[in-house]
Design a protein around this ligand. Structure first.
Ligand code: AMP
Length: 275
């Protein structure tokens, strides 16, 4: 992969990179489409990164189907699929990790210790191998976006981070590889997550500015659904991820993680998007 990427740079081609863990759905494909529209060459990686799973059962359950994924990517005219073996990324004796501080201590970071250390380590290896001009990440993983932007800026990667809006099913449920673990009933009930977030956003639009009242709306709505169990809900600055008490002009997220049966799903909405 490294020699291909060197060749592409020599030819002055702009390289767009979409890192994924496979089990591709419309959410991933939206990133691929953006990359295809913006870059000469599109590279998609498929690597189920063991270091970002803090729960072994979660890692084992993760769905893997490289043949189906590669076929989908061919439809989108992806130039290269990089699907390394685990030992190519983490050979015997591997002992270097990359850790972004502060931003990783809240939300997903506090519920899933070590998760972001795994993410930032693998993204650093992939960025070093591919040297992309642009890398595409989904807003669904809002904290990941903030962490990767910090990583890129702190380590001086010459890669522009492009953020793609969350792709949803018709019901509003955010697309996720984990949705395939839901039963039909759970999938139907999982809509409560976006409904709760939208109810809070509506309250914001009507003038509610208190974070505790906005989170209470989400808590009540999730609490009323027996199949759902709230892990966290927080109102935070979109970039610093610092908790906000009263929402002002800065772009602010309501981010949540909810268990639907045994499956943990995350989602977020932006309250006051600029532009
Ligand atoms: P994953 O394979 O889950 O690691 O996701 C790979 C990339 O796809 C990440 O940048 C995710 O944020 C992005 N992604 C996953 N689901 C969605 C979605 N529903 N909408 C937009 N991007 C998504």
């Amino acid at each position: 992969m490294f020699s291909i990427s060197r060749q592409l740079r020599r030819e002055a081609k702009t390289v767009g990179f979409v890192p994924t863990m496979g089990a591709l759905h419309e959410g991933h494909l939206a990133l691929v489409k953006e990359a295809r529209a913006a870059c000469d060459v599109v590279i998609v990686s498929i690597f189920v990164n063991p270091k970002q799973f803090n729960d072994n059962t979660d890692l084992e359950k993760y769905s893997r189907d490289l043949t189906a994924d590669a076929a989908r990517l061919a439809e989108y005219e992806v130039d290269y699929v990089f699907a390394p073996e685990q030992a190519e990324i983490f050979p015997d004796g591997f002992s270097t990790h990359v850790e972004v501080e502060d931003l990783t201590e809240t939300l997903e970071g506090s519920s899933r210790p070590g998760h972001y250390r795994g993410v930032t380590t693998v993204v650093t290896i992939l960025f070093n191998t591919i040297r992309p001009d642009r890398a595409f990440f989904g807003q669904k993983d809002a904290q990941q976006v903030a962490v990767i932007k910090r990583l890129t800026s702190d380590l001086g990667f010459e890669t522009e981070i492009v953020v793609v809006p969350t792709v949803r099913e018709e019901s509003g449920l955010a697309m996720s590889s984990r949705n395939s673990l839901l039963s039909d009933e759970e999938r139907e009930k999982a809509v409560v997550i976006i409904e709760a977030l939208r109810e809070a956003k509506l309250a914001f639009k009507k003038g509610e500015r208190n974070a505790s009242d906005l989170t209470q709306i989400v808590k009540d709505r999730i609490g009323a659904e027996p199949i759902a169990r709230l892990d966290y809900v927080a109102v935070v600055d979109r970039y610093s991820l610092q908790p906000i008490e009263k929402v002002g002009d800065e772009e602010t997220l309501i981010a949540t993680a909810v268990f639907i049966g045994g499956t943990r799903l995350i989602d977020n909405v932006i309250l006051n998007r600029k532009q």
